[in-house]
Design a protein around this ligand. Sequence first.
Ligand code: HEC
Ligand code: HEC
Ligand code: HEC
Ligand code: HEC
Ligand code: HEC
Length: 278
Amino acid sequence: MKCTFLQKGDVPHALRLAFILLCMLSFTLDTFAQEAATVCLQCHSSQTGRGGQVVQPWKSSIHAENGISCHDCHGGDPMDATNAMSPARGFLGVPKETDVPAFCGRCHVGILADYRQSAHGQALGKGGPTCVTCHGSHDIKKVTLDLINEKSCSRCHPYERAAKIKAAMKETERQIVDIGEKLSRFKGEGVDTESTDKGLFSIRNTYHRLFHEVNTPRVTSESSKLQGELAKIDQSLQKLDEQRAKRKLAGAFVVAGALVAALLFHLLRKTYGNNRDG
Ligand code: HEC
Ligand code: HEC
Ligand code: HEC
Ligand code: HEC
Ligand code: HEC
C-alpha cells in the first residue's frame, strides 16, 4: 500500500488520521504475510541461480493460488532453515524423469491411474511424455484444450491423432460452457437450478477425466455420449425459457388489463362527476 498522499492540506484532518491508521494496518499485515512464508521461499527467493529461478513462475501458478508450496511437492521442513532440505525431514529432492508421475500423482490420484494405463504411461522412460512434458513443473496453469496443440503434440508423433481427440473434446467443451452460462443467467433471475447444476458438474468431471488415457476411440464415443446428455439438459432449459416467456406475457396482459380498467374507472368517474355538477 502506497502511503504518499499524506501531505498537510491535501485532505481533511480526520481523513488523514484514518489513512495513517490504514497504512499502519497494511504494514502489519504485510509483515505478517512475510512471516507466514516458508523458509524454502525465504531462502530460494534470494538465490540467483536455478534455485531462485523457479520462484517467480511458481508464484503465478495454479498451485500457488491454491496454497500448494515448495515443500508440498518436494517435501522437507518448511519451518526450520537449517534442516529444511534434510531427507530425515522428508525432503524428496528433484524427481528423476521416471518418478515424475508418482510425484505429481500423490495428489492427482485419478489422473495418475489413467496415465499409467495409457500409451503415454506405458512408454514412460522410453520416449513417452511425463506430466511436466505437457504441464511444466513450476509455472503450471489452469488447463484448457490449448494444451493440445501442434507444437507440443507433434514432437514425438504425427499431430493427426492429437487433432482427433481435440475435435471431439472441443464440441463437448463448447456445450458445457454454453449451458454453464445459461444456468448462471437463470440463477441470477432467482430460478432454482440445483438439480441441473449437479448434472452439469458430473458431466464436466467425466469430461475432464477423458484426456489422459489418450484413447482416441474412447474419447470419441464418450464425448458423443456426453454431448447427448448435454443436449437433453439444453432442451429442458429451453422449455423453462419458453414457460417463463409465456408467464411474462401473461403478466404483461394482467398489467395492461389493470391499466385499462383504471383508465375506464377514471373516465367513468369523470363523466359521473361532470353529470352531477352539471
Ligand atoms: C538456507 C537456504 C535454503 C533453504 C531454507 C532451502 N533451500 Fe533448497 N536449496 C538451497 C540451495 C543453495 C540449493 C542449491 C541450488 C543450486 O544448486 O543452485 C537448493 C536446492 C534445492 C532443490 C534442488 C535440489 C537438487 O537436487 O537439485 C530443491 C528441490 C529445493 N532446494 C527445495 C527446497 C525446499 C522444498 C525447501 C523448504 C522445505 C528448501 N529448498 C529450503 C537453499 C535453501
Ligand atoms: C507442483 C509441484 C512443485 C512445486 C509446487 C514446486 N516444485 Fe520444484 N520441481 C518440481 C518438479 C516436478 C521438478 C523437476 C523438474 C522438471 O522435471 O521439470 C522440480 C525441480 C526443482 C528444482 C531443480 C530445478 C533445476 O533446474 O534443476 C528446484 C531448485 C526446485 N524445483 C525448487 C522449488 C522451489 C524453491 C519451489 C517453491 C517456490 C518449488 N520447487 C515448487 C515440482 C514442484
Ligand atoms: C500428453 C500431454 C499430457 C500429459 C503427459 C499429462 N497431461 Fe494432464 N492434461 C493434458 C491436457 C491436454 C489436459 C486438458 C484436458 C481438458 O481440457 O479437459 C490435461 C488436464 C489435466 C488436469 C486437469 C484435470 C481436471 O479435472 O480439470 C490435471 C490436474 C492434470 N492434467 C495433471 C496431470 C498429471 C498429474 C499428469 C501425470 C500423471 C498429467 N497431467 C499428464 C495433457 C497432459
Ligand atoms: C500436494 C498436492 C499436489 C501435488 C504434489 C501436485 N498438485 Fe497439481 N494441484 C493440486 C491442487 C490442490 C490443485 C488445485 C485444485 C485443482 O484444480 O485440483 C492443483 C491443480 C493442478 C492443475 C490445474 C487443474 C485445473 O483445474 O486446471 C494441474 C494441471 C496440475 N495441478 C498438475 C500437476 C503436476 C504436473 C504436478 C507435478 C509436477 C502436480 N500437479 C503436483 C495439488 C497438487
Ligand atoms: C515426449 C513424446 C510425446 C509427446 C510430447 C506426446 N506424445 Fe503422444 N505418444 C507418445 C508415445 C511414445 C506414444 C506411444 C507409441 C505410439 O503410439 O507412437 C504416444 C501415443 C499417443 C496416442 C495413441 C494412443 C493409443 O492408444 O494408440 C495419442 C492419441 C497421443 N499420443 C496423443 C498425444 C497428444 C494429444 C499429445 C499432446 C498433448 C501428445 N500425444 C504428446 C509420445 C508423445
